[in-house]
Design a protein around this ligand. Sequence first.
Ligand code: SAH
Length: 241
Amino acid sequence: MFRFFLSTTIEDPQNIVIFDKAIIKKITKVLRLNVGDSLFLFDNTGEEYEVAISEFKDKKFFCRLIRRMEIDRELPIEIVLYQSLLKKDKFEWVCQKVTEIGIKKIVPIITEFCVVNELNQNKISRYKKIIEEAMIQSGGKIPPIFETVIKFEEAVRKLNPRDLNLIFHEQEKNNNLLEILRSHGNKVINIFVGPEGGFSPFEIDLARQNSLIQVSLGKRILRAETAGIVACGTISQLFVD
Ligand code: SAH
């Protein structure tokens, strides 16, 4: 069965009209669905509906509601990934994988050793598109929020001390991720991952002063994009049922 994400909120499930050109093209040209065929539609509120196409008129699909779905594929915790900007297509990779895992927010950050220091509008649109596709493919309902890029210092200062705030650092020898997760019951887990060159000593100090816990992902040094995905994946596995 085919699932589509509507970027407009479904206000009246009894009268859903699809006018998104890309979706219409996919329904007509790729999937070749016709009046009477059914599909799943969901929006940014997390609601999902099974509908049947009842009419195709003026380049719009009019749908008849079959049923409202009761599906919960969300994690019971909120993982927020503060990922340093990365070279080439590495950031796309991270966006795609952590969306599949089911994190709630991606915050791109600029750190001292970042090689890439800005995010242009094209890249932002591309990341958002990748996120949307990854969410649909993985059966998620609510796409992670893609925040505007901010500097590391600002991100650290804005953290809520009641959340579990972790910074991943390859030089940490003792603090193991699973042990920390088992000894904390916070609902929101903010995780910081450095760029290819790692965090600077100044950044590690600042993080410590702002009570971020320094965490190890093992003795091997992972690539920045691997570290973020491994961290999110490991955390999520403790909470999936
Ligand atoms: N330039 C550094 C490595 C940076 S790895 C060096 O060569 O020594 C990039 C980022 O991935 C780091 O900033 C950290 O956030 C994360 N990372 C990689 N391996 C890690 C590990 N074993 N433990 C914790 N974090 C790790």
